[in-house]
Ligand binder design. Structure first.
Ligand SMILES: CC(C)(COP(=O)(O)OP(=O)(O)OC[C@H]1O[C@@H](n2cnc3c(N)ncnc32)[C@H](O)[C@@H]1OP(=O)(O)O)[C@@H](O)C(=O)NCCC(=O)NCCSC(=O)CCC(=O)c1ccccc1C(=O)O
Length: 330
């Protein structure tokens, strides 16, 4: 084929159906005259047609669901919120509803100004959490009453990570699979001496390639993380302590007392210092998401300052801000 014009016309004949008008413009662009203007028609458009431009008919949502807690217990005392996975009959395995309810409690604990620290635990002494409930696992994820397959525990992990208050996992019994990851993403873990830790995913056809593997490697090191995932063994509380996976191991009978003691100690300290420390430790590992958290905290602090308020005040009073009174510190 000799010249570009000829090549364009052949291409156009292949792409554009006969009933669409064709032209090769003076600038030698291959075009077709559809309602959206003159432009090239892709094979995708030939098959799928054009995207509808009909006016949209919105349905207003008046209320969003408030959640009845069926799978989780939630309690508060002395500035501490306690979220307890309450499905002991399945070793506190979580289904989508469990995760949704945990998420609702975490959001409440975040928003409540009287809460300074959150404990995450499971009912009974047999298990903290045995991960995703395998009986409701379908091809696309875990399926709850709404029949939508979900992996919503990943959202919960993010939420715990971003919660601007310390989250402490209080672990008795098994913390395995997705349950192990929940303790991993908590800021601290206090374990009972009967605690057992491990990733079971590869045994049941699952894995967590997010925090569950990468954050784990930051905590216990690459070799140990690969061992934990590739062999899917279980580890005792003492072994977990030795590899830096938990902060403390105490006799089962003392688990709650000891955890509350840690909480009370934390509550004596500056909440803003703790918030910024959590953000900073996350920022070093969480990329843009971590920086956004730290950045949001910086903005919050700036809003408390006279300098930040001078800007807002001047805007409201329709005058120029006077930033000259604020020193540029080294
Ligand atoms: C936890 C055990 C080691 C406890 O053993 P044992 O004390 O002997 O009790 P059992 O008799 O085995 O269990 C009692 C009872 O509970 C049922 N059960 C226990 N765990 C589960 C479970 N996870 N799902 C459903 N049911 C469970 C058990 O069947 C018994 O019922 P009966 O009717 O009485 O027989 C042991 O139970 C065990 O190994 N459990 C399985 C642990 C497991 O493999 N968990 C799933 C790992 S995969 C996962 O968690 C994925 C999570 C997830 O959503 C995800 C998705 C995408 C990316 C990341 C993730 C993420 O991991 O977060």
């Amino acid at each position: 084929m000799s010249n570009p014009q000829e090549r364009a016309e052949v291409l156009l004949r292949q792409l554009v159906p006969d009933d669409a008008s064709r032209s090769v413009g003076p600038d030698r662009q291959v075009t077709a005259n559809f309602s959206s203007g003159s432009r090239a028609i892709s094979s995708y458009e030939r098959i799928h047609g054009q995207v509808s431009q009909d006016p949209i008919d919105w349905s207003t949502v008046e209320t969003v669901a408030t959640k009845q807690l069926t799978d989780v217990l939630y309690a508060k005392a002395e500035g501490i919120a306690k979220v307890t996975i309450n499905r002991p009959e399945v070793r506190n395995a979580f289904r989508p509803e469990t995760v949704e309810q945990m998420s609702t409690c975490m959001a409440d604990a975040r928003d409540d100004p009287d809460i300074g620290v959150v404990i995450l635990t499971g009912t009974g002494t047999e298990a903290f959490c045995s991960g995703g409930d395998q009986s409701v696992r379908g091809p696309g994820g875990y399926v709850g009453a709404d029949t939508i397959p979900r992996l919503n525990v990943l959202d919960l992990q993010m939420q715990m990570r971003r919660l601007p208050k310390p989250v402490i996992a209080m672990v008795a019994g098994y913390a395995v699979g997705g349950g192990h990851i929940l303790h991993l993403v908590a800021d601290l873990t206090i374990a009972a001496d009967n605690a057992v830790f491990g990733q079971t995913g590869p045994k049941v056809g699952s894995f967590d390639a997010g925090y569950g593997s990468t954050a784990m490697a930051r905590i216990i090191g690459q070799k140990k993380a690969r061992e934990m995932w590739f062999l899917a063994r279980l580890y005792s509380a003492q072994q977990a302590l030795d590899m830096g996976l938990v902060n403390s191991v105490v006799p089962l009978a003392e688990l709650e007392n000891e955890t509350v003691k840690w909480c009370r100690e934390i509550l004596r300290n500056s909440p803003t210092a703790l918030r910024l420390l959590k953000s900073a430790l996350n920022a070093a590992e969480d990329g843009h998401a971590g920086l956004q958290q730290l950045g949001g905290d910086a903005t919050m602090l700036f809003y408390h300052s006279a300098e930040g308020n001078e800007g807002r005040q001047a805007y409201m009073e329709k005058r120029r801000p006077d930033f000259s009174k604020f020193k540029r510190l080294p």
